[in-house]
Write a protein that binds this ligand. Structure first.
Ligand SMILES: [Zn+2]
Length: 189
C-alpha cells in the first residue's frame, strides 16, 4: 500500500490471449531455455501469459504452454487456507519439496478435460528471478505448493500425467485418447 497503489495494474489487462499448446505438442516435452534478457519483450510475454491463464480460468501457466520455450511461469492460485498467491517467476528452480505427499485433484490447461488425483509434496520452494532480474523466492503449501511443482515441471518438459500410476493413469490416458489428444511418452523422472 502507499503512494504507488494507484499505479497497480491488473496483471494481464494489457496482454493478449495466445493459443494454448495441447498434449501432443513437442514443445510441452522439451526443457525450456533460461531467460537472459529482462526487457520489454519479457514483460509483454508475462502479460500475455496472465491474459491467457485468466481467459482459460487456470491458476498457473508456463511459457511453453503458449509455445514460448523460455523458463517463466505465472500463477494466481489459492492455498488451502484460501490465501491468494499472485505473481510470476523467471528461471525458477524447485529447491525444496517436502512434507507429506498429498494426492489431490489436478488438471492442466494443456490437457483439457482430464483431472486426476495426483501425488505432490505439501510444501514447495521455488527460487529464481523477478521480471527485473532480482532474486525471488516463493514458498507454498497445500494447493499452491501443488501449483509450484506443476509449473516448475512444465519448464523441464514434464506433465502432471507423468505422476499418475495404475488405474488413475489408465483412466487419464483413455480420456486423452477420447478427446483426440496424443499422449507422448512420459518425460524421464
Ligand atoms: Zn499445466
Amino acid at each position: 500500500m502507499g503512494s504507488g497503489t494507484a499505479r497497480i495494474r491488473i496483471p494481464g489487462s494489457s496482454g493478449g490471449v495466445r493459443p494454448l499448446r495441447l498434449l501432443g505438442d513437442p514443445g510441452l516435452r522439451a526443457a525450456c531455455a533460461p531467460v537472459t534478457a529482462f526487457d520489454a519483450e519479457l514483460l509483454r510475454l508475462v502479460e500475455d501469459m496472465f491474459a491467457t491463464m485468466y481467459a482459460q480460468e487456470g491458476v498457473g501457466l508456463a511459457a511453453n504452454q503458449i509455445g514460448v520455450p523460455l523458463r517463466v511461469f505465472v500463477y494466481d492460485c489459492p492455498d488451502d487456507e484460501d490465501v491468494r498467491h499472485l505473481g510470476s517467476i523467471v528461471n525458477p528452480v524447485l529447491t525444496e519439496a517436502d512434507g507429506v505427499v498429498v494426492t489431490g485433484e489436478e488438471g492442466c490447461l494443456s490437457v483439457p478435460g482430464v483431472r486426476s488425483g495426483t501425488p505432490r509434496f505439501d510444501r514447495a520452494v521455488v527460487e529464481g528471478l523477478d521480471l527485473a532480474g532480482r532474486p525471488l523466492r516463493i514458498e507454498g503449501t497445500g494447493f499452491f505448493a501443488r501449483c509450484l511443482q506443476h509449473e516448475a515441471g512444465h519448464l523441464d518438459g514434464g506433465l502432471f500425467l507423468d505422476h499418475l500410476t495404475g488405474l488413475r493413469r489408465r483412466r487419464a490416458l483413455r480420456t486423452t485418447r477420447r478427446r483426440g489428444l496424443a499422449f507422448t511418452d512420459p518425460a524421464p523422472a
